[in-house]
Design a protein around this ligand. Structure first.
Ligand SMILES: *Cc1c(COP(=O)(O)O)cnc(C)c1O
Length: 431
């Protein structure tokens, strides 16, 4: 037996917290084995794509200027198309984040007079300004594109009747968000998304079905593009960047729609031909290569946290046993001190900025103070272990990521340690 307790002790984890964590982890063996199996499957999928597209050393060369014939970039886009089983893909450092990728896919494929439909309720916060739900410069609304939304039923399922009624001759694109993001609705499985797409297409076959795939990539063995999505969209500083991509977003899907995205991203007439990769290609390839196991580490962390805090009597979403469709975990503490102690623990366990104490602060776009734990190699990266919580009822913390399982585990144990030290949590043995 390794001297694990003393190793943890040196990092600030007491023996009681460590032992409590070990008991929880012990009971999760079977689930972790299933997660490893999904990672194994997806790892093979990625390697196969890289071999088929003949990825080679020249793909990592620096390209500058216009970027004509940027081999690394062009090959990477083929690799993404192969992984997602799509005709084409656009994967670029010039796509700055997930919101940008989504805004690009929408504005590239919608024209004045068209209508956008969300059949899964309100989209991710930042999309509100893209669409124009909240008034904003450059929104789709400013270009005469209308928006309609059908909320989920109370049990979190699709309201098929209202969706049917909402589709009409102007409906051009349907956007489906896979992850709940920071809402309380459930995240959708790829199979559920497939059922919704089939329903939408049965009413209007030529409608474009787009999926916001953020936080969902590699959680399952299939992706929304395997079940009928015409476009899947995501961020490289989340799952598919594997923690190594320093920037970037992707759109994968039907050739025609990806071309529209390329002409919108660069310029009419130029499309995919320009856009130098500026030396980030090795990180993009290597990040994608690591992504399946990185996602599995993040998933284990989320499940470990759910089970730890559920067993201590806190409400957790998703709960300790339900199946996972993204890497986000919410824990409700019911009081600000709990949220703060949790985030202090995540920060204290980070490889970067561990000595910094996070404090709640006013943030643009939020109506309360927010506390964030971010000890990341890539600024704002949420595939790295990170947590944030708005300081308002119900005082919940949202946490995600973890490039390795041992780091995710340390972060969660450290959060528990801080809660114990603050007198908010009493461990069962000590009661
Ligand atoms: C993170 C996220 C986005 C936006 O991505 P950014 O990179 O933060 O702009 C959009 N949708 C969902 C579901 C997300 O999780």
């Amino acid at each position: 037996m390794l001297e694990m307790t003393s190793q943890y002790k040196e990092l600030g984890i007491s023996e009681a917290v460590y032992r409590f964590g070990q008991k929880i982890e012990e009971a999760l063996k079977e689930r972790f084995a299933n997660i490893d199996e999904v990672a194994e499957y997806n790892q093979l999928k990625v390697i196969k794509a890289m071999q088929e597209r003949r990825v080679n050393e020249a793909c990592f060369h620096y390209a500058s200027g216009y970027g004509y014939n940027d081999q690394g970039r062009d090959t990477l886009e083929e690799v993404y198309a192969s992984v997602f089983h799509t005709e084409s893909a656009l994967v670029r450092p010039q796509i700055t984040c997930g919101t940008h990728a989504l805004a690009l896919a929408l504005s590239a494929n919608l024209r004045p007079g068209d209508e956008l439909l969300s059949p899964v309720g309100k989209p991710y916060d930042t999309l509100e300004e893209v669409i124009g739900i909240r008034e904003s410069k450059g929104s789709l609304a400013e270009y005469g594109i209308t928006y309609r939304q059908v909320d989920l039923l109370e049990d979190g399922t699709f309201d098929y009747e209202k969706i049917k009624a909402a589709i009409h001759e102007k409906t051009k694109l349907v956007t489906i968000q896979r992850s709940k993001g920071y809402q309380t609705r459930p995240s959708f499985s790829v199979t559920q998304i497939g059922e919704l797409i089939a329903f939408v297409k049965s009413i209007k076959p030529d409608v474009i079905c787009m999926v916001d795939n953020c936080y969902g990539e590699f959680v399952e063995t299939i992706e929304p593009s395997d079940v009928g999505a015409d476009l899947v969209v995501g961020s490289l500083i989340k799952n598919p960047g594997g923690g190594l991509a320093p920037i970037g977003g992707y759109v994968a899907g039907k050739e025609e729609y990806i071309e529209n995205c390329a002409y919108r991203l660069t310029s009419p007439g130029l499309g995919k031909e320009v856009g130098a990769s500026l030396g980030v290609m090795q990180a993009f390839y290597q990040g994608l290569f690591l992504a399946p196991t990185v996602v599995s580490s993040a998933l284990k962390g989320a499940i470990f946290a759910a089970n730890i805090y559920e067993s201590l009597g806190y409400s957790v979403i998703p709960n300790g046993t339900e199946s996972r469709h993204d890497i986000i975990q919410a824990v409700t503490f019911g009081k600000p001190e709990g949220v703060i102690a949790f985030c202090e623990g995540i920060q204290a366990a980070a490889p970067v900025d561990s000595y910094v104490t996070p404090i709640p602060w006013a943030m643009p776009g939020y109506d309360s103070d927010v506390i964030m734990a971010v000890g990341a190699f890539v600024q704002g990266s949420s595939i790295e272990l990170s947590a944030d919580g708005p300081i308002k009822p119900p005082y919940a913390v949202y946490f995600q990521g973890g490039l390795t399982w041992p780091h995710a585990k340390l972060g969660i144990l450290m959060s528990l340690e801080k809660l114990v030290q603050a007198g908010i949590v009493t461990l069962p043995e000590a009661r």
